[in-house]
Write a protein that binds this ligand. Structure first.
Ligand code: RET
Length: 292
């Protein structure tokens, strides 16, 4: 068949390697399953975060509420990834062939969605660690600027993955420079958090730092993966990596912050939080004597 445009232009037009690779039915089903589990988990946890906010001291309730917003936003984006995945392939014989027609699969929606979710996730940190207000605003902005630059340079670069690897790598490096800047800003918040956490809870910000590095670090791996080959396994493994990263950096991260804040609320004298944590028979008796 004669292409109306050069192969390079055609390769760029399909955007992501998902549109270049024929999948076995097992790989296609795995892709659907990974995306379905991801959006299902995000939507379900809206409820968890809204309910859990009620156990916290009022000044901390905004933190799980922000997690609920992130869950809704990411859930919608991942639902869209799922439906696009379903539309992008057609069954030919026993294989799922990308149609490269009007409905092509794209990971670019993810990057668009991060523009919203990442600044929210970062702003949760100084609020949860009770950094006082003018400093909190300053730190939120100082983290969000490199974060958005990291995402947009990565968004531009990822279109190179279908063949233009120098575009993928050059913009990948530029994006990584912003990531390093972001990591430095996050470290500043963690250091402040260690300094003002109650002594019993000081391990939480310390451990969260390593958790942050390990989970946010999965995204550049997913970005670089297409260079290992255009195969069905790479396509599926990449979606799996994105999903593990999504569930870790948004959902589990939100649970960690909420559990930290439950303890902190209790230590700061908020009785419903203390009761929620209390497991001893005496504690239960005291709680019931209070009549609630
Ligand atoms: C990109 C491009 C390649 C280089 C680097 C990247 C980093 C991406 C990160 C994304 C984090 C996203 C989160 C989303 C939650 O909703 C852009 C892939 C370093 C760290 C936490």
């Amino acid at each position: 068949m004669q292409l109306p445009v050069s192969p390079e232009v055609a390769a760029n037009a399909v955007g992501n390697i998902e549109n270049l690779v024929t999948l076995t039915s097992g790989q296609y089903t795995m892709g659907s399953l990974i995306l379905m589990v991801s959006y299902g988990a995000h939507f379900a946890f809206i409820l968890y975060f809204l309910m859990t906010s009620m156990q916290l001291a009022p000044r901390y309730r905004i933190v799980p509420i922000m997690s609920a917003i992130v869950m809704a936003s990411a859930g919608l984006s991942l639902l869209r990834e799922f439906t696009t995945w379903q539309d992008a392939y057609t069954l030919v014989g026993a294989s799922y062939v990308p149609m490269q027609g009007e409905s092509i699969f794209t990971n670019a929606f993810r990057y668009g969605n991060w523009t919203i979710t990442v600044p929210i996730l970062l702003t949760q940190l100084p609020i949860a660690f009770a950094i006082s207000r003018p400093d909190l605003h300053k730190r939120a902005i100082r983290m969000s600027i490199p974060a958005v630059l990291m995402i947009w340079t990565g968004l531009y670069g990822q279109f190179g993955e279908t063949g233009d690897f120098s575009r993928l790598n050059i913009w990948g490096v530029i994006s990584t420079i912003f990531f390093v800047w972001l990591i430095i800003e996050v470290r500043g918040v963690i250091t402040a958090a260690i300094a003002n956490s109650p002594p019993q809870l000081v391990n939480w910000p310390k451990n969260l730092w390593y958790y942050f590095l390990a989970t946010w670090g999965l995204y550049p791996i997913a970005y670089a993966l297409p260079q290992l080959g255009f195969t069905g396994d790479i396509v599926v493994v990449r979606q799996l990596l994105f999903s593990i990263a999504d569930i870790s950096t948004k959902l589990i991260y939100g649970i960690i912050l909420s559990r930290y804040l439950l303890r902190r609320s209790a230590l700061e004298g908020y009785v419903p939080a203390a009761e929620a944590l209390e497991t001893s028979p005496l504690g239960a008796k005291v709680a019931s004597q209070r009549g609630d």
